[in-house]
Write a protein that binds this ligand. Structure first.
Ligand SMILES: Nc1nc2c(ncn2[C@@H]2O[C@H](COP(=O)(O)OP(=O)(O)O)[C@@H](O)[C@H]2O)c(=O)[nH]1
Ligand SMILES: [Mg+2]
Length: 397
């Protein structure tokens, strides 16, 4: 969409639309609901390698191109999170089915400098976190890479997009408060004025500390600069050996230290080759490169952590499964990830640590005898790597 069209459309936005957005389906639910999938959005300059990375993360085969296609692209896929613990549990229980934790990945249209109007699209707003693909490989057409500049430029676009939303809302609030003053609107005005000040000094909202109440009050705006971000350097295939030091080499230590910000690296070209190999061939190729595992595995785990997700496991002969839940999820909500009926009829969770289960060779009888099986109530905070078995009541209502 062109900027002038965008501006016209924004002017036409009504309070009702803003309200609708506030109650929008992507506002994160308070508990953890069955079937809820977290979403990461790929963002970055055109030709930075977003679609190449999308294919690697999701195992898709979307065509990539060196030249501008002129088409707005949007692809959605599911990424599986590699987890050695799941492999091990699967070996132990030999289930019919093994399921890894997953999240959704959206390959968004490229955003160039000055194009923040395009960020208004709901696909950007709906992402729970952003994966910024940063070109760190030389390219004849685009010249030498400059990751630091690209990171600053992207943040600026996110900040400007948020500032427009805040200013628009403040104008409406002012008019509305003049007509009829309500406490809720005065409070909202106060919060938004504070955010506006910060945005004007180029602070992304992810770096602004908010009380729980304030965070809740602005949740519906789904501000872009508030989303956690992973800047993933797409390094030159010839520089793969220095991948680990890429962040330092490009002077990004300060960026890495910012709140809700991570720096990662990958060589999309090399990973595409790795992905075409299997078994021993792949292992040999990785060993040649000095890698212990495909670099994309690390990126997948970084994305998972960026989304604030941890895994608990359920085990049995039917299925061994990792369930993604946000850090700090209550046991009853964790049960709801498995099935809403289990949350509703929740009695207790039988919980054990992954290491204990491995030490007991998967024997629950042995763990019970050793006292390694804990019974926890609905408000217990489930921790990463715990194996949970939920006791519940399938009552009549
Ligand atoms: N040399 C090099 N080329 C890359 C790398 N990653 C992507 N490319 C190429 O850059 C072009 C654009 O990649 P694409 O994934 O379509 O970028 P997007 O526009 O960000 O989605 C393609 O020709 C890719 O093969 C890389 O790490 N090194
Ligand atoms: Mg693309």
């Amino acid at each position: 969409m062109r900027r002038d069209e965008q501006a016209a459309r924004q002017d036409a936005a009504t309070d009702a639309e803003v309200k609708e957005r506030e109650g929008g389906d992507r506002a994160r639910p308070p508990g953890w609901h069955t079937g809820w999938v977290m979403k990461i959005g790929l963002i970055g300059l055109p030709k930075s390698g977003k679609t190449t990375l999308f294919n690697l993360l999701t195992g898709a085969h979307v065509a990539t191109s060196r030249y501008e296609t002129g088409r707005a692209e949007l692809h959605t896929g599911i990424a599986r999170v590699p987890d050695e613990r799941v492999d091990r549990l699967s070996d132990l229980f030999k289930p019919k089915k093994t399921t890894y934790a997953s999240f959704e990945v959206v390959d968004l249209a490229g955003i160039a400098k000055g194009e923040h109007a395009g960020l208004e699209a709901k696909e950007f707003r709906n992402a729970d976190a952003l994966l910024h693909v940063v070109r760190a490989f030389a390219d004849d057409l685009q010249g030498a890479p400059d990751p630091k500049r690209d990171i600053v430029d992207l943040d600026t676009e996110l900040i400007l997009a948020d500032l427009e939303v805040v200013e628009r809302r403040l104008e409406r609030l002012e008019a509305s408060i003049k007509k009829r003053r309500t406490d809720a609107e005065v409070k909202e005005q106060e919060i938004l004025r504070r955010l506006k000040e910060r945005l004007e000094t180029e602070t992304p909202l992810r770096a602004v500390e908010l009380t729980d109440d304030d965070a809740k009050a602005i949740r519906g705006f789904t501000f872009l600069s508030q989303k956690p971000i992973l800047h993933c350097l797409n390094v030159d295939e010839k520089a793969i050996a220095e991948g680990e030091r890429a962040a330092d080499a490009y002077g990004l230590a300060e960026v890495a230290a910012r709140p809700h910000t991570r720096i990662g690296w990958v060589s999309a070209v090399i990973e595409s080759e790795v992905a075409q190999l299997a078994g021993e061939e792949q292992a040999a190729f990785l060993a040649d490169l000095g890698l212990k595992e495909p670099a994309i595995h690390r990126v997948l785990r970084d994305c998972y952590a960026l989304l604030g997700l941890i895994s608990f496991f359920t085990v049995g002969e039917d299925e061994v499964r990792a369930w993604p839940i946000p850090h700090g999820t209550r046991a009853q909500d964790a049960a709801g990830a498995v099935h809403s009926d289990i949350a509703r009829g929740f009695i207790r969770a039988e919980v054990t640590a992954y290491d204990e289960l491995i030490a007991s060779h998967g024997s629950f009888a042995e763990m019970r005898a050793k006292g390694h099986l804990r019974l926890e109530g609905k408000d217990y905070h489930v921790r990463d790597g715990e194996i949970c078995h939920f006791r519940f009541n399938v009552g009549k209502g």
